[in-house]
Write a protein that binds this ligand. Sequence first.
Ligand code: PHE
Length: 491
Amino acid sequence: MSAEEVLQKLSQESPLTSTQLAQRLNCDHQKIVGSIKSLECLGDVISSKLETIKKWQLTQEGEMVAKDGSHEAIVFYLVPTAGIPQAELMKAAGSVGKVGFSKAMSAGWITLDKTAVPPLVRRKVESVQDTTQVNLAAICSQGGDVVAEKEKVELKKRKLVQEITEKIYILEKGSNFTTSITKAETDLTPEMISSGDWKNISFKPYNFDALGVSPDGGTLHPLLKVRSEYRQIFLEMGFTEMPTNNFVESSFWNFDSLFQPQQHPARDAHDTFFISDPSTTTLTNQEYVEKVSEIHSRGGFGSQGYGYDWKTEEAAKNLLRTHTTAVSARMLHKLAQQDVFTPQKYFSIDRVFRNETLDATHLAEFHQIEGVIVDYGLTLGDLIGVLYQFFQKLGIHQLRFKPAYNPYTEPSMEIFSYHAGLGKWVEIGNSGIFRPEMLLPMGLPDNVRAIAWGLSLERPTMIKYGIDNIRDLVGHKVNLKMVKENPLCRI
Ligand code: PHE
């Protein structure tokens, strides 16, 4: 049954009710209602009016009576002309016996002859008219109207019929009536506008009552939430964000410019992901490359260098950056190209890659948070002071520093904070003052110092969100429900 068939019927006969249609098309009423609903959306092809009507319907017992006769009639016909003992009659009548006997008695169809031994039930009339059965059959085939109200009430009392309310539609042809449906367009396209077709097209009207699809996207991953909090802290402290949009970096900026010797173990393929295609890049700033080569192999600015044969080919190797300090190096070099030096505060939060053994807390990629301040005459005291200020904004008040080694900073300090939950001091970052061997070849004035620190984004995120396995935070095993439902980050 299609909506078109409904229109077909309506073109022959109008108005029509949905129940009539269900009869004519020999299908379920609910299906007709569905077709009416979709026809209503076409814009006055049909006009429909909803009405509630009351209807008489036979109960299950009523259906039986309509077929086999009323209880009293069954009892009557079981009584032979010679009469029958009551007990025998009741046995023969079975479940309809009790009601049938009393109804037949009060109708005057049968009588109980107590003079006989045992007493006999006898017919009192020759034949009977089973109006109960007749009425029920009439209601069943023609509806309740053909039977008088009083009789229906009686049938209802006997639970042979029930009154039900039904919602039906009364359909008429609408002003745009047609028997062939053209599907209404749902979208206005640029083509319709340019060709002018839109003027003749019928569009589906908006359904402002539709609930719509609840939007499924747009959830921030916990790492991004924590990142935006850190970013906020840096911005509050007057830092500018560095451009970190290149994951592929040259060894030159990742290591050499940072005065990390070419034999340093971190430059091994066991620790660093080198790119195989293209495996190398062209180092463009020849003058600066020359200065880096000089400081590594022969020293300068009061430093004796490392005294080895620095090779451009090694520096030209492409890799996935192992730290965002590569970005800081590029920025400091750029800053050094200014005619007049201006102090700066920079930060970055982005992805870095290391060829690490994977475990519950380490992946081959993670995010680094890095801060750099470059100004005249900065000291270790400034670094410690800034670190206290920075971590205080994160709610961390107790700090300790441990001397460390980085090829590009001197002095260098690991940063520890007291973790009340764990009841111990945990390492939270690394820091230091960039070496003159890094800053002076760039061309920065020699009384300019740069203090810097770095930490991972993953560790504070895992602590904040109570995640103890990094694989629950990053990678293909992450539960998207966790991402959708985790709370806002407030530090
Ligand atoms: N680059 C260091 C690391 O990867 C962090 C650091 C940044 C250390 C700046 C000192 C200064 O761990």
